[in-house]
Design a protein around this ligand. Sequence first.
Ligand SMILES: *Cc1c(COP(=O)(O)O)cnc(C)c1O
Length: 464
Amino acid sequence: MRYISTRGHAPDLGFADVLLTGLARDGGLYVPAELPRFSPAEWRALAGLSYAEAALRVIRPFVGDAIAEADLAHLLHDAYRGFRHPAVAPLVQLGANDWVLELFHGPTIAFKDYALQVLGRLFDHVLAARGQRMAVLGATSGDTGSAAIEACRDRSAVDIFILFPHGRVSDVQRRQMTTVNAANVHAIAVEGTFDDCQDIVKACFGDLPFRDAVSLGAVNSINWARIMAQVVYYATSAVALGAPDRTIDFAVPTGNFGNVYAGYVARGMGLPIGRFVIGSNRNDILTRTFTSGTMAIGTVEPSLSPSMDIQVSSNLERYLFDLAGRDGQDLARRMLAFRETGTMQLPADQLATAKQLFAAARVDDQATLATIARTQAECGYLLDPHSAVGVAAAAALRGDRRVPMISLACAHPAKFVDAVRDAVGSPAPLPPHLSGLMTAEERMTVLPNSVAAVQAFMRDRLRP
Ligand SMILES: *Cc1c(COP(=O)(O)O)cnc(C)c1O
């Protein structure tokens, strides 16, 4: 399998290099030169397999000969072994033909575990084969940091450094990062804001001598391997409800277009998905883009679904690449103009094509709380605020009711104590495997808001 950049200039790469590279050198994102296509019989054959077995079938063509099949099978089995539900990604029925896909049974109880548990193990495997090491550096405002730390702990070829704004993440989120006792894990509280943390990360990636000296790697959702791993639960859930002999719709709460893009890839592989409903919170750049065709950056405002408080949807570029007939030179020009002006207009024919597949709705905080309360009252089912945004968007934009609608539940409600309490009167209890979280010993380093301080700390702590 070969991968090409959405901006048409970077060299084509194989899977292992795409995994380690992250962002392409021309500023674009890597996508497969051609998607594998599954026959109806191949989709049907996923029914009844374990999640790890289904993952092997779906992921195998993307990995190609970069990893031996037996090694990949072992790696996937190991990645999903620790999930707290035997189905890994179970479906729950909420209405006559409405379903929730629970994606919070991994170690940090948010959907990012489903891809990052695979990514950490892929890093180790590929680095060990090459005799290399890597220093993963990331910034987090909450969920991504803990999922990345859980994915990289105990990985022998990887050291991980996660920056978060000192005093500005929730107690649960901080403790999920600081109570991990592993020699290669470094939770760093920066005396600054989340934007300061992100600026430090960008500066480190831009400092090429430093980047090369420590072999810097990234775990954000521009990494193709994360998308690939997320394709799996679209396939398993659709097949469980009758695909490929039946069309399925999906509703996805998203800010970065990462999760819903994985569904689009599943459809491109031949899975009969009818429509995608996108749920945005008040930071609604995606909803504005898909309704008006104008992609315009606003200012980020805090919401009850903080993991979608984003104004630049980096993964949308992968979809725009297809919309524009895979003309990388053209997309590169338009993305640079977007960077400068903060806006981009989709041509009318492209907007029309996009609207056939995607519908989008903005769900504000009040509607989010009302959806949590109503779902609890009507179905006895507690949603987290992110999942509620998707469920509310699905309800607002429901099409043919004979087509099953699967809403992605992206986090466990216990992760968002205040919002859930405001909605239903009391918070959800933490699942048993996190019951010791609030009393476990914390390990973290407080550093000044300084690139030099972070770089010095990393050089000092890297394992040889
Ligand atoms: C990261 C995250 C999202 C948004 O994912 P995208 O990459 O923007 O699609 C939604 N909900 C939760 C709970 C998350 O952690």
